[in-house]
Design a protein. Structure first.
Ligand SMILES: NC(=O)c1ccc[n+]([C@@H]2O[C@H](COP(=O)([O-])OP(=O)(O)OC[C@H]3O[C@@H](n4cnc5c(N)ncnc54)[C@H](O)[C@@H]3O)[C@@H](O)[C@H]2O)c1
Length: 393
């Protein structure tokens, strides 16, 4: 059996390791478009911007010892479904019996018309993180565009380096995509207390270089900064799949076995549009947990073992030493129950659906609540009595 994996992020790497265990005789190739070894992405906006080192997922010896052929710098450009081959930009061809697409996402860019400069930075890859860190070290004032997790984690890292930080968010609150207002209020207060300055409802019209090397931002006012960091979301890398005629709807459409509309082709990680909560709807989730969980299901399915992905959405973030966790689907919730005091740095909000069952939760420095609520969500959806006792009356 020949397995080819396109994408050497967490999903691609983890699937290769599982496939090796499940199919000891199989040929396994991983194609990655970056040059180095696969690494874990969450530390890029946290430890790597501080004093920490990147977390590599493997080294060349482990791949060699496990008979996994890792091909860095190989950008896949075409799936030839008739010949069951992947073609790359370098002109190589890799034949497959089962193919896994773990192509992830890329950073959404500001339009070129806003301005172009080597000091307008994005954060998606290890190379981006290393460059950003060195620019932050040299900067006194920076602008961050976008108040999502990237923007906020970069703001926290920049403040730790004593940079002045202006954060521009086009909506009226931070974390507005998918996170509830109670978390936005808490996180904004935390960031303000730590010196981050906010501009809401503002889109940058232009960014110009000035003679002294700084950048001038224009929206309905002006600001001069040394660098601009942009975190305005991501776009899934679906081109390869759509060019090959696979079903794509925002992400690559897969079933709960991670199989695409072609039975020989599978997909895993944040590029997938997959069924959530028993198939009630489908979602593309930008989360480490999806990459790690779906890679096991995809590997089993590719090896012919029955397996289904049924994990509820879960993600976390660390900001100014505080841990935020989010569980489940919060957008469709009808009401919430708050445990402890959201004015402090330890609280949990549980979101309930129209049947008063748990839809999801947010916990600030309360990771244990999330573990308990996850079990309850998967069991009967009822809030455990032990937690209810802490609800504000
Ligand atoms: N801890 C974590 O889970 C974590 C941490 C970092 C990054 N990530 C992931 O990295 C990816 C990228 O994160 P992100 O923060 O860039 O995306 P995001 O979509 O979470 O947030 C983008 C923010 O930018 C705002 N925005 C969009 N266009 C804008 C504009 N022109 N001007 C001002 N604001 C604008 C949006 O309103 C939104 O608040 C996501 O997949 C995210 O989940 C996750």
């Amino acid at each position: 059996m020949r397995f080819v994996i396109v994408g050497a992020g967490l999903a691609g790497h983890t699937a290769a390791v599982h496939l090796r265990e499940l199919a000891p005789q199989a040929k396994i190739d991983i194609l990655g478009d970056e040059l180095g070894l696969p690494y874990d992405r969450p530390p890029l906006s946290k430890e790597v911007l501080g004093e920490g080192a990147p977390r590599y997922l493997a080294n060349a010896e482990t791949y060699h010892e496990n008979g996994i052929s890792y091909h860095p710098g190989q950008t896949a450009t075409q799936i030839d479904r008739n010949r069951s081959e992947i073609l790359t930009a370098c002109g190589n061809a890799y034949a497959y019996d089962r193919l896994l697409l773990a192509t992830g996402s890329r950073a959404r860019k500001l339009p070129d018309s806003v301005g172009q400069s080597s000091k307008i930075l994005y954060l998606r890859t290890l190379e981006d993180a290393v460059r950003l860190k060195s620019v932050l070290r040299e900067s006194r004032r920076i602008a961050v565009i976008g108040g999502g997790f990237i923007g906020l984690e970069v703001a926290a890292a920049a403040r730790a380096m004593a940079c002045e930080v202006f954060l521009f968010e086009m909506t009226d609150r931070i974390l507005s995509r998918g996170m509830p207002a109670i978390l936005s209020r808490w996180a904004e207060k935390l960031h303000r207390l730590n010196g981050v300055q906010f501009e809401f409802g503002s889109k940058i019209d232009s960014i110009h270089h000035q003679d002294d090397g700084s950048l001038r931002l224009r929206w309905n006012a002006f600001a001069d900064v040394d660098a601009v960091v942009v975190g305005i979301g991501v776009q899934p890398n679906t081109q390869l799949a759509s060019d090959a005629g696979l079903d794509v709807d925002d992400g690559i459409v897969v079933d709960d076995r991670c199989q695409t509309s072609d039975p020989a082709i599978f997909a895993a990680g944040e590029v997938t549009s997959h069924p959530v909560l028993g198939g009630a709807f489908r979602q593309r989730l930008e989360s480490w947990k999806v990459a790690s969980g779906q890679s096991l299901v995809a590997a089993k399915s590719m090896a012919g073992i029955d397996s289904h992905y049924a994990e509820p959405p879960w993600l976390w973030s660390d900001q100014f030493g505080h841990n935020i966790q989010s569980l489940g689907v919060l957008q469709n919730a009808d009401r919430s129950v708050v445990l402890d005091d959201p004015e402090t740095n330890n609280w949990t909000a549980i979101f309930l659906d129209s049947h008063d069952k748990i839809a999801g939760a947010i916990a600030v420095n309360n990771g244990r609540d999330i573990s308990m609520l996850k079990r309850a969500l998967l069991h009967d959806g009822i809030i455990p009595e032990k937690l209810l006792n802490r609800a504000a009356r």
